[in-house]
Ligand binder design. Sequence first.
Ligand code: 4AZ
Length: 240
Amino acid sequence: LCRQLGALRAMHQKGVNLTDVRVEDGQEFAQVGSSLEDAWQIRASGWMVRAGVTRGSAKQEAGLPVERVISHPLYNDNSMDYDIALMKLRVPLNFSDTIGALCLLPSHQDLLPGTPCWVSGWGYTRPDQGKPHPCSSLPMLKEALVPLISTQRCNSSCMYAGELTARMLCAGYPQGKIDACQGDSGGPLVCQDELAWRLVGIVSWGRGCAEPNHPGVYTNVAQLLPWIYHITEVWLLSRI
Ligand code: 4AZ
């Protein structure tokens, strides 16, 4: 059974897209959520999602309305620990050739270092890219093969020297050159097993992009499954 979680491009009605402003960042939330009992759970009427697209879209292009957004209550802006949020669409997606469900991992499955996984996004293709020229064509979705790197190795003194928590995992190449970059955050890291494609990570952070000894750091979805199941169960049962 796969839940309808996965690679979606979301944007804000005001004209900011999900990759420009982190959904889980404080201010947007503090403002909108302050009137609710649960400050972490807001009615996200301003958020829109586009599904089944590979071409980057203009800010004013229509999307599907989002009913709710919740960011993890333990999210830490400094350490980037618990870098995850969930969105519930107002109306379920119609599955098609280009829109489907991505599976989660079976609980407590540990993937081996070297497992081939794919990251995708509309982010920078050079670390110093800067804003695109207003007349330049809209970007296409890009993907890259990034093998998993063990946390033990990634947390060693020559890589991230203890900065990684259990809610993080690394993927990429010790020699650099291929990596996620700014604007890819929130996007999926997927790996295929015998049964399905699985959402293993979420693009989170890294020192620069594609630098040697600083592979991409991803939210370790396997460690957050209890929270994902809890929230989606509540949303399902309460019909909110
Ligand atoms: C970012 O700022 C970002 N090289 C995303 C991914 C990586 C670095 C920065 C990984 O959104």
